[in-house]
Design a protein around this ligand. Structure first.
Ligand code: SF4
Ligand code: SF4
Length: 358
């Protein structure tokens, strides 16, 4: 049996903020919750995976699983601004890549220290098991009423990663902590997505809406307010995040960009720096679409001419939102532009949205 302190010392050498160990057993408590949700139709829809066995049995993801090393790294940028364009988790470097690199180094160091080879698999949000539930069991934090993992020292601004291994390591215990009587996040959820404690209705959540493909219905567009990617409101107002310290890692500094930056993206040649972030996985089309929505919601007249150029984009999705955005920002001014555009527009949906406006 490997002493857990050996693993934790290596984690702190690598400036990993939290390192805890748990076993590979099934997540019984969460299996019951998911079974109940399946019956009531309250399945958290952000999950593409609906196989409860895969979600609740970590051992199905790694043969011979004996221990799980859970790590967490603080990414807090100390921003208290509620209506930022981008969520705090949008950092200079994609956290998936950053954490994987750190954990690979960690494994090498463990092997060198114990002078023994072992099998392992690294995960960062890339397999359908309940990683927050594993982190909770390991004592890295507790699952809060806003459905996020909260650590008493670092709050909820933490990236999680796991090393599944066939090494037998001494285990940690879960923390004895919870939200208590607090319900601040439920009362302030911008999308009314937190319909009960611990119950997030993902399709109402702004963070989910900003990642949704295709046409977003009008009511949902309005709900997005000034959010181009993600939403942090239920974290910013949480008392556990009040006094947490700023991340010192240069790769995890905030990628602070505004509406104009996204409206100016050249889809044929997107900026390299944007490709390094975790928000590029949906591609630049969705980011431009969201920027058009936020420009409309915030009545950004200064971008009217820039948005007008989007009527020539070869993506009908972008043209659709450019049409809508122009009419929302300045209805009168948009009329002649849209009438003229209607004569050359080929796409049925874009034509229809112009007709509805005229
Ligand atoms: S991210 Fe925003 S919309 Fe989603 S639960 Fe939190 S406050 Fe509500
Ligand atoms: S705001 Fe209150 S209820 Fe919500 S997660 Fe934070 S402590 Fe829990």
């Amino acid at each position: 049996m490997i002493k857990k302190e050996l693993i934790k010392n290596i984690a702190s050498e690598l400036e990993i903020d939290i390192c805890r160990i748990t076993d590979g057993g099934g997540l019984k408590k969460y299996r019951k919750i998911l079974e109940q949700r399946k019956k009531t139709g309250l399945w958290p829809q952000a999950f593409t995976e609906e196989d409860i066995d895969k979600l609740c049995n970590p051992s199905l993801h790694f043969e011979g699983l004996k221990s799980i090393i859970v790590i967490a790294i603080n990414y807090h940028n100390n921003s208290k601004q509620i209506n930022k364009c981008l969520s705090n988790y949008v950092t200079q470097k994609d956290y998936h890549i950053y954490l994987k690199e750190v954990m690979e180094i960690m494994v090498k160091k463990i092997k060198a220290k114990i002078k023994k080879d072992f099998n392992y698999k690294i995960f960062v949000d890339n397999a359908p098991f309940l990683e927050k539930a594993l982190a909770e069991r390991a004592g890295a934090g507790f699952i809060a009423k806003n459905s996020l993992l909260i650590n008493p020292d670092f709050g909820s601004y933490i990236f999680l990663g796991e090393i599944f291994t066939d090494l037998e390591i001494e285990k940690d215990k879960a923390l004895d902590l919870d939200c208590g009587e607090c319900t601040i996040c439920l009362e302030n959820c911008a999308g009314n997505a937190l319909t009960a404690p611990y119950q997030l209705e993902a399709d109402k959540c702004i963070a989910y809406l900003t990642q949704k493909k295709g046409i977003i219905p009008l009511a949902e567009r309005k709900k997005m307010g000034g959010h181009i990617w993600g939403c942090d409101i239920c974290q910013i107002i949480c008392p556990y995040n009040k006094n947490t310290s700023k991340s010192s890692k240069k790769e995890l500094q905030y990628f602070e960009r505004g509406i104009e930056y996204f409206l100016k993206i050249d889809r044929n040649n997107p900026p390299e720096e944007l490709k390094n972030t975790a928000i590029f996985w949906r591609g630049s089309r969705i980011l431009i679409r969201n920027a058009l929505i936020t420009a409309a919601n915030l009545q950004k007249e200064e971008y009217f001419d820039l948005i007008k150029t989007k009527l020539n984009d070869n993506s009908s999705l972008i043209r659709y939102y450019a049409v809508w955005s122009l009419s929302e920002i300045d209805y009168q001014k948009s009329l002649s532009i849209l009438k003229k555009h209607l004569l050359k527009e080929k796409n049925k949906e874009v034509k229809q949205v112009i007709k509805n406006i005229l």
